[in-house]
Ligand binder design. Sequence first.
Ligand code: TPP
Length: 957
Amino acid sequence: MGVLDVEQNEESTERFWQNFHGPNKGYVEEQYDLYKEDPDAVDSSLKDIFDQYGAPVWLDQSASSVSEGEQAASIDVKKLTSAMKLVEAIRHFGHLEADIYPVGLEKERNTDLVDPKTYGLTEGDLRNIPASWLWDNASTDVENGLDVVNKLKKYYTGTMAFEFEHVNNSEELKWLNKIIESGEARLSMPDEEKKQLLERVTQVEGFEKFLQKTFGGQKRFSIEGLEAMVPMLDHIVKYATADKTENVMIGMAHRGRLSVLAHVLGKPLDIIFSEFHHSPDKELIPSEGSKGINYGWSGDVKYHFGAVKEVKHGEESATRLTMAHNPSHLEFVNPVVEGFARAAQDDRSKRGYPKQDKNKAIPVLIHGDAAFIGEGIVAETFNLSNLPGYSTGGSLHIIANNLVGYTTDQTDGRSTRYASDLAKGFEVPIMHVNADDPIACVSAVRIAYEYRQKFNKDILIDLVGYRRYGHNEMDEPRMTQPVLYQKIDGHPTIANVFAKDLEEKGIISEEEFTQIQQKTENQLKEIYESMKEDSDTAELKNMPEELRNGIDRFDTTVPFETLKALNDDLYHRPEDINVKKLNRVLKRREKMLDDGNTIDWGAGEALAYATILKDGTPIRLTGQDAERGTFAHRHAVWNDWDTNKKYIPLQELKDAGASFDIRNSPLSEAGVLGFEYGYSVHSPETLVIWEAQFGDFANAAQVIFDQFISSARAKWGDKSNMIMLLPHGYEGQGPEHSSARLERFLQMAAENNWIVAYVTSSAQFFHLVRRQAALGGREEARPLVLMTPKSSLLRNKRVASEAKEYTDGQFEPIRNQPNLKVSKKNAKRLLIGSGKVMIDIEEEIVQLDEKFDWLRALRLEQFYPFPMKELANELKQLPNLEEVVWVQEEPKNMGAWGFVKDKIEDLLEEGQRLRYVGRPDRSSPAVGEPNIHKLEQNEIILKAINPTLGGETDERN
Ligand SMILES: Cc1ncc(C[n+]2csc(CCOP(=O)(O)OP(=O)(O)O)c2C)c(N)n1
């Protein structure tokens, strides 16, 4: 317990001051006078004393109350303050000397920061100081300063070490320190439990050894050196089931995954063995293992699959353990698991914000030591931990610290002392534990669990062990870490270390340990031998039939009366809200459904969400500045002029049957998108929408798109119908605010993995978003990547739609270019393009006097699935067509050209040709100079609609 945390009363204060005699009293008085004038003028230890005990008591008492004898006995106050410094140093720096490395170059650690000599103290000096002066809550066996130092060193420098000084909350500190200094940090385990713990680590070791012996040369990313991780997870599950927690959600990488799947998630061993059987050809296996069983249709290696297990506690309830599937990309699963957990905690059944119950799910994240400090997504995920829209009430983090990252030493891998140091900035308490001491490991888990339950905040255990093999079992670590591995080679296994300890304490005999080992091996052999011979021909799977079709058959129209009622409700303003700056916009929107008016983008978006909520589908919408909208078009949250109080109309709708969660996200793409994706997978009935501030920032979340959103269904069978809104369009804002990199989403489009669209009217947006909501929870579900308008277009009348398009229409993958009436018979050129450039062209055509009876134009509003049939149908109706011109504002090597080219060509008849109008190949998506942009844009528009200029634009450097 820190000096400042000591609970004190009058009696203890008096007792404290009574220990000063003779000349020291004078010194203390002098120092106290100084302190009164300026607390920082005295030594920090004395300041601590004065802060805590106030004025020396004798200043208030008559001099006669101090006996002659007391005055004579003198104590050197400087020694006392030095001793106090030493005691505090043990609390803060004990970890530097702690026995937390089972093996390795840092095993023997010493720091002068906790050496009495550094403070000018001898053992005799310490012995002279009464224990209570240094440690108010010292137990009775602690009599003097030396006892204090020895006892605290035992607590702070053993196989458990603590780093809490970065935690600034006094209640938390008090709680943590109390556990340590009361001697309760280490669980006092009955012998029987110790035996069970030994049995557990022996099972884990036996499992890994059996795999090594049976499937030698195959990769398994053995847990050996960190076997204690399994009982640690056992304990988390035990506590969670006792608390009737509905969900424990685990995210972890490859290291030790098979062991955790087998022992914690109960994945049947015969399935694990059979997965090893399926990869006889070691040359062909992917870098991280062999073929896995298929959860999706194209599958994944076995080290990436997760699993689900129900653990019963009593008759009715059960705790569901979920280990998320994850890609090789280390740490990116973290925000996804947090999203799962938040989805499991939120009750979305009523209007308003969802009601969160933090006890419904506990996230557990297991990290590698190199990846934890190296991958920025870890920091992004920590930053979510205390935000109202993203908090999951505390995650339990375990670093599986095996001292090496692949072949990279810690000294090359991080600039920090510990792998865990990143967590300090988030005030996360850190415990380091020696993986050779399983009791310490499970003790740390107990503290972590209780801390999470009490404070609802993240906590971290740095489980320090080693890696018995190389990065995988075929990798030779002695090439790169020869000294370390010579030590590891000579180091007994954890089970052996622990068994020896228990033998020495008479808890178990050598024979009993041998029997445990034998039993484990026999069980594994039995399962292996009883397995049926399975053939080596892997089974080919197909994607579900439902994914091949079926997105066009949802009725997304809404009757006018319903729209009207919802619109009225949306703009009904309670008396006590003053939205001065918004009044004009809201007044306009109120009337948008009236005859002769049109519904603009912002109003249409609100109506889409309102109707979805009325249908009982919850919505979660997040992104940087999503509440107002980057381009100030959304205004989903109104802030009162006088109080700043928020009012969210979509949460107040009388008819809403579900929650509307809207959050301004922190400045993160990968972390936030991963979270939203996880949320949508775990809560398929919720329409989850993430908005990139500008579409191009989505590339900061590329791993989440590549490894999760686009491919998770085929690999793992995970379904999501989430929407990603990516503002896109060339408005002269330069290379970074123009393109959402449409081409990348189209390049990844296959197997109906997602829908990629770019719509040009508010009604199209309305129907598309409603269709996406309708897909939720169905086999047909898939994500939607939607290019959305930016400033200029959002307010453009041409994207506004009449009410009848909402009440009668449906989403059209191809739209006719408005304001261009041409007889199909006369059309010589079919112009096809998407999004903003088509609006620019519409505006140009309207301004010109020309009839354009030779030109037909279509807007491709859904790129993927490509509307082949619809386009073929169009082409059939143009008997005199000579050419199709694809127009785009993106450079030729970007945008949709590469994607549509072959598809359109396939539809052409002989004699018809396909040409391209747009920017030439470029390395940067857009120019920086607005005037050049304008010139380029005009050239594209003119070429697209000029009968002679049409065709390829010049390549330009
Ligand atoms: C984002 C990412 N970069 C690189 C890799 C390749 N890789 C796989 S494991 C590994 C080392 C990981 O070290 P550590 O985090 O300490 O875990 P360990 O494997 O030692 O348990 C690397 C570099 C990867 N999987 N993911």
